[in-house]
Design a protein around this ligand. Structure first.
Ligand code: TLP
Length: 347
């Protein structure tokens, strides 16, 4: 049976152009600063984000962790949204490795932070208190169904952080989805942030890697942290070559993923037992609620019907559109989901 894999846009495979670029990549020892392809990718990444410099890292998780390590001292706290990926899905690296406290303030259903909450949460050092080391935002927001922050949403929080002399880090794993959805260049979306992480290995379909971008001295220090974490890669031009292709050719097609996500959400809204508001879908992530019976039974029936989805806990189900999934696949998936919903409700 054919599987329609909607677990994540991380499941995308490299395009034929990427594989060719990988085979032909000019390489060197990147730890010694000798890999021309990595250097080219880092220059492109910095330029796309409007920052002075960038470092190529193995994953979005590593990019975010390097930002925490770079901006904070041990014992500092990071103020971020209650649904932030850094808080939920990064294996507590900010605590275990960077020695920081993640202090969540509520984010709204679109991933926005209320600047008054951030203002209230910021603390300087006094005995017994962990001082704030940085503030973080996420664009698009994974757990908020891919909602995109506007430059203004980012600016109001940046203004509070900067007013206290604190940096704002943007987890922009899917910042190009936000850029395409809003027709706003990524450097404008990242403009109010001091540093930004973005991923080549999600909607942009490259096999491996992310970039951390920011001021030159911060990125120079991030290289030290990356080496310490075992992330100094040698002839990484082989994988950077695919990331270059992803930046050059995969951004505009994200619009297709967004249309497919809308199509999916509209279809889901008509299936008994499923609650979703298609109007809320802005990019490529569709999170809906299964209200038709036990969650585990529905997930199992979906998998049996050949539709792979993910879940961050009942009653939520997440489906993500990406390169390799077209409108016809969405229609096939909807038919299978309808059957799975009926079977799960009857079970
Ligand atoms: N997100 C993954 C899972 O970890 C949930 C996914 O399938 O969506 N920031 C954001 C906003 C992310 O969504 C992710 C990955 C990361 C950071 C981490 O990137 P990687 O997986 O490269 O470490």
């Amino acid at each position: 049976m054919r599987k329609i894999d909607l677990r994540s846009d991380t499941v995308t495979h490299p395009t034929p152009d990427m594989r060719q670029a990988m085979a032909e990549a000019e390489v060197g020892d990147d730890v010694l600063g000798d890999d021309p392809t990595v250097k080219r990718l880092e220059a492109m990444a910095a330029e796309r984000m409007g920052k002075e410099a960038a470092v190529y890292v193995s994953s979005g998780t590593m990019g975010n962790l390097l930002a925490v390590l770079g901006w904070c001292d041990r014992g500092d706290e990071v103020i971020l949204g209650s649904e932030a990926h850094i808080l939920w899905h990064e294996s507590a690296g900010s605590a275990a490795i960077a020695g920081t406290l993640l202090r969540a303030v509520p984010n709204d259903e679109r991933g926005r932070l209320d600047p008054a909450d951030v203002e209230h949460a910021v603390r300087g050092y006094r005995p017994g208190v962990s001082p704030t080391g940085m503030v973080a935002l996420e664009n698009t927001h994974n757990r908020c169904s891919g909602a995109a922050l506007s430059p203004e949403d980012t600016k109001v929080v940046a203004d509070v952080a900067h007013g206290h002399g604190l940096p704002l880090h943007l987890d922009g794993a899917r910042i190009f989805n936000a850029a395409v959805a809003q027709e706003i260049p990524a450097d404008i979306l990242a403009g109010h942030a001091d540093s930004v992480t973005f991923c080549f290995s999600k909607g942009l379909s490259a096999p491996i890697g992310s970039a951390l971008c920011g001021p030159a001295d911060f990125i120079a220090e991030a290289r030290k942290w990356r080496k310490m974490l075992g992330g100094g890669m040698r002839q990484s031009g082989v994988i950077a070559a695919a990331a270059i292709v992803s930046l050059e050719s995969m951004v505009p097609r994200l619009a297709e993923d967004h249309q497919n996500a809308k199509r999916l959400a509209s279809g889901l809204a008509g299936i008994p037992g499923i609650a979703v508001d298609p109007e809320r879908i802005e990019t490529n992530i569709v999170i809906f609620e299964w209200e038709g019976g036990p969650h585990a039974a529905f997930m199992a029936k979906l998998a049996e019907a050949g539709v792979l989805a993910s879940s961050s806990g009942a009653p939520k189900v997440r489906m993500v559109t990406h390169y390799g999934i077209n409108a016809e696949d969405i229609d096939d998936a909807l038919e299978a989901i309808r059957a799975a919903a009926l079977a799960a409700a009857a079970a």
